[in-house]
Design a binder for this molecule. Structure first.
Ligand code: IPE
Ligand code: IPE
Ligand code: MG
Length: 243
């Protein structure tokens, strides 16, 4: 397919994309920021800064391709175990993203949602989240979900509690108590940086997700790399237990 604004090798590769075969929901574990910085003799946080840039590009391209949901793992429950300075930096990045990105998201028809235990975040960030979600809620092109203070096991426990409160026990009842019940399960998971694990991301939702791992570090993950992942996905045969 032709994608507006794409140039060079990325545009060339994009020609082989078949719109009907694109995933509806892409999930991304944005990993390798620290190693990217270390390789360059820079402090880890510089990697996070560059990583935020990569996210902007991936969001923009997703919207152009007609992908409907993009979930990006931005901060896990386990990430609280990092040094204070790094946590503060990441929270600041989130603050800035919520303040500065809303305009662009609105312009591009992107609605923002957060998945995770928001009430454990600094109060000002909670307010910024409510504001950003509200201001972008009419976006119809793409839903961007940032997983923040997110853990798959915590989400499962939360949903189990909700289901018990309701008194109906089934897969459908469980789904109604996820952070974002309206979002379809991811079709494709991309993890950068060579690690081949799930790290407590979307555990319940990934029952039939296609997994794609690349050694490329997140700050280096380009439009071309993203299209390569989508082409790989297109070649897969999804069976869902059938023959
Ligand atoms: C991913 O990059 C970003 C977050 C987890 C917030 P890392 O910070 O995990 O980078 P590496 O894995 O140490 O290289
Ligand atoms: C997963 O990356 C979390 C995010 C990308 C936000 P980590 O770097 O925290 O995962 P592990 O510790 O390598 O499994
Ligand atoms: Mg990591």
């Amino acid at each position: 397919m032709e994608v507006e604004g794409l140039k060079g090798k990325a545009a060339e590769l994009a020609k082989s994309l078949i719109p009907e075969k694109l995933p509806v929901h892409v999930a991304v574990i944005m990993d390798g920021n620290g190693r990217w910085a270390k390789k360059r003799g820079l402090p880890r946080v510089k990697g996070h800064e560059r990583g935020a840039r990569t996210l902007r590009k991936v969001v923009e391209l997703s919207a152009k391709l007609g992908i409907k949901y993009l979930t990006a793992f931005a901060f896990s429950k386990e990430n609280w175990n990092r040094p204070r300075e790094e946590i503060d930096f990441l929270m600041n990045l989130l603050r800035n993203y919520l303040k500065k990105e809303v305009k662009t998201l609105k312009k591009n028809g992107i609605r923002l949602k957060i998945a995770g235990d928001i009430e454990e975040l600094p109060e000002d960030i909670q307010n910024l989240i409510r504001k950003a979600e509200g201001e972008t809620s009419s976006g119809q092109r793409l839903e961007l979900i940032l997983a923040v203070n997110y853990g798959g096991r915590a989400e499962i426990v939360r949903a189990a509690k909700g289901m018990a409160g309701e008194g109906e026990f089934s897969v459908d009842a469980f789904r109604r108590h996820l952070y974002l019940p309206h979002v379809p399960d991811p079709d494709l998971l991309i993890r950068t940086s060579g690690e081949q694990r799930i790290s407590n991301f979307l555990l319940w939702q990934m029952a039939y997700t296609e997994l794609y791992f690349t050694p490329v570090l997140w700050p280096d993950f380009s439009e071309r790399e993203y299209i390569k992942a989508l082409l790989d996905y297109q070649r897969r045969e999804r069976r869902f237990g059938r023959i």
